[in-house]
Design a binder for this molecule. Structure first.
Ligand SMILES: Nc1ncnc2c1ncn2[C@@H]1O[C@H](COP(=O)(O)OP(=O)(O)OP(=O)(O)O)[C@@H](O)[C@H]1O
Ligand SMILES: [Mg+2]
Length: 146
């Protein structure tokens, strides 16, 4: 059975903590390890921070939408914004690439998302927004399969 949740909130930096705790609490119903939970929380933080800082340039009128689905030990996350979009996704996904070096960003957000999850998809359009889809199969589900 598939279990699904969605949330929408203002693009305020204090909501980054809210988003990571909300997603972690939803996922905790599965047999998830502490390490997996930490990875998923980090990934949510990275994607939500990107929406707040890059998509909306910290304009609190911006809206961030997140979804989480659980099915057979597979976690699917969607983090979506309706902000400025990414001009060159390939460049944006390079390790260490950042368009905001002045804010001391390290350009590692996408690399962290890729490393902690099994798959990462980015759909973006200029001035329409960006949708990030991340999928991870939890270890207990892999063990059941083999
Ligand atoms: N939701 C988004 N909307 C618009 N641009 C984005 C979005 N997410 C990422 N980007 C662009 O992609 C670049 C790379 O993102 P990434 O998260 O890898 O690094 P960063 O946010 O610059 O630094 P860090 O995440 O390490 O603090 C950003 O600098 C920004 O230009
Ligand atoms: Mg980032």
């Amino acid at each position: 059975m598939k279990n699904h949740m969605q949330l929408q909130f203002s693009a305020l930096s204090q909501n980054e903590a809210f988003a990571r705790v909300a997603v972690a609490s939803f996922i905790s119903q599965l047999d998830v390890t502490m390490e997996e939970l930490e990875e998923i929380k980090t990934v949510v933080s990275e994607a939500v921070t990107n929406a707040i800082i890059h998509a909306y340039e910290e304009n609190p009128l911006g809206v961030v939408h997140i979804e989480a689905s659980l099915e057979d030990g597979v976690v699917e996350l969607v983090i979506e914004d309706y902000g400025k979009g990414i001009v060159d996704v390939e460049e944006a996904m390079q390790p260490l690439f950042t368009s905001k070096p002045e804010l001391e960003r390290s350009g590692m957000g996408f690399t962290i998302m890729e490393n902690f999850m099994d798959s990462l998809e980015v759909v973006t359009a200029i001035d329409q927004g960006t949708r990030i889809r991340l999928v991870k199969r939890l270890a207990y589900a892999k063990a059941l399969q083999s």
